[in-house]
Design a binder for this molecule. Structure first.
Ligand code: N2P
Length: 357
């Protein structure tokens, strides 16, 4: 045999062996080869046990990836080269992704568990027919604070965040719409305001908050607040509920000038490869027992009425996280402000972050 033929044989044997080994490993783990599902979700936003349960029930292997803002998620999906089968954007991002033709229509016949969703969370303006999206979690933006560390401050007003006594004692969540929106709200403007003067006024006001801001942080805000690294945090409601589970001294409030009401929904991006698996995953997450377990784990508010019914009263009856109508009237949902205004908000937020250095 020539050297060349021997080498070919060797490569062939190694490649075949590897193929055999992978298929053996896959089948021993219960996966039917190639049946995978790529899920793209916010960080800390699912009970990992539920992923394992889904894999076991369906034989589908989940590849799970996370993002920390709607903007990052949209950019990644838009630039291509990904194979996300399910993603979980917020309402204004869903409206933008529809415009950009990034979403596939859902097949409702494969989502029988949709009947468990409270009708209040269906047919919302960003997707009136729920043709592209179905509810996952919802919540507000507000202030988590430690009453023992803030003197007389009650945070009925956003302005309390600016109080001199809070020097270097405030964490902010790392979100452009949330922080700029809070600046606008504190001035009595809408958090969808696009008037340049108002936006500059909000930026100027936010820069006055700088001495109080200890850091602008991501998901670690929960650990930092629970460990009392600062007295106050601007957070999404579910993070507050998680923090309060860890440290009972803390409380959560939505200031009177108003704030944001948001909805995160499950969608199937056009990058999807496993449409059937995507529908199975979405339907699984809509199952009341699954949704209840997920709610207990992540701390956010569930739109699933039958999950809510089986959750303990201290969760379902907590008006801080399941606000009544009076509070919801003070809240605003983010509008899709269009690509240019959205990047302008991002620029303003960057400018605010840079001021801090
Ligand atoms: C969870 C993030 C919640 C997303 N870490 C709020 N839309």
């Amino acid at each position: 045999m020539t050297q060349l033929v021997r080498m070919f044989l060797l490569v062939f044997i190694v490649a075949f062996g590897l193929m055999y080994l992978t298929s053996y490993l896959n089948s021993s783990a219960g996966y039917s080869g190639g049946n995978t599902l790529t899920v793209y979700n916010w960080g800390d936003y699912i009970d990992p046990e539920l992923i394992a349960q889904f894999e076991e029930e369906t034989g589908i292997k989940v590849i799970y990836q996370t993002f920390d803002s709607n903007e990052a998620m949209m950019t990644k999906i838009k630039q291509g080269g990904t194979t996300f089968d399910v993603a979980i954007p917020s309402e204004y991002a869903i409206s933008k992704m529809k415009e950009d033709d990034l979403l596939l229509k859902l097949d409702h016949s494969k989502l029988p568990n949709l009947e468990h969703i409270d009708s209040r969370f269906m047919h919302l303006s960003f997707d009136p027919e729920n043709a592209y999206s179905v509810p996952y979690f919802w919540g507000t933006v507000g202030i988590v604070f430690n009453p023992d560390l803030v003197g007389d401050l009650t945070f009925d007003s956003w302005d309390d965040l600016w109080d001199e006594s809070l020097r270097n004692n405030v964490f902010l969540l790392d979100g452009a719409r949330e922080v700029i929106g809070m600046g606008l709200n504190s001035l009595g403007y809408s958090l969808n305001d696009t008037n340049e003067e108002h936006l500059q006024e909000a930026l100027a006001k936010l820069s006055k908050l700088t001495p109080n801001v200890k850091a602008i942080v991501g998901d670690e805000i929960k650990m930092l607040m629970a460990n009392e690294e600062a007295a106050v945090g601007l957070v999404w409601s579910g993070d507050a509920s998680e923090i309060m589970d860890e440290n009972e001294a803390l409380d959560y409030i939505v200031p009177e000038e108003g704030s944001n009401l948001w909805f995160d929904n499950m969608v199937i991006p056009k990058t999807a490869r496993n449409l059937d698996g995507a529908h199975q995953f979405i339907n699984f997450m809509l199952n009341p027992e699954v949704a209840a377990q997920n709610t207990e784990y992540v701390g956010y508010s569930t739109p699933n009425k039958d999950a809510l019914a089986i959750l303990p009263e201290d969760i379902s009856g907590d008006e801080r996280f399941y606000p009544d109508e009076e509070l919801t009237e003070r809240l605003e949902v983010y509008d899709n402000l269009g690509p240019r205004m959205l990047s302008h908000y991002n620029e303003l937020f960057l400018e605010f972050k840079m001021h801090r250095k």
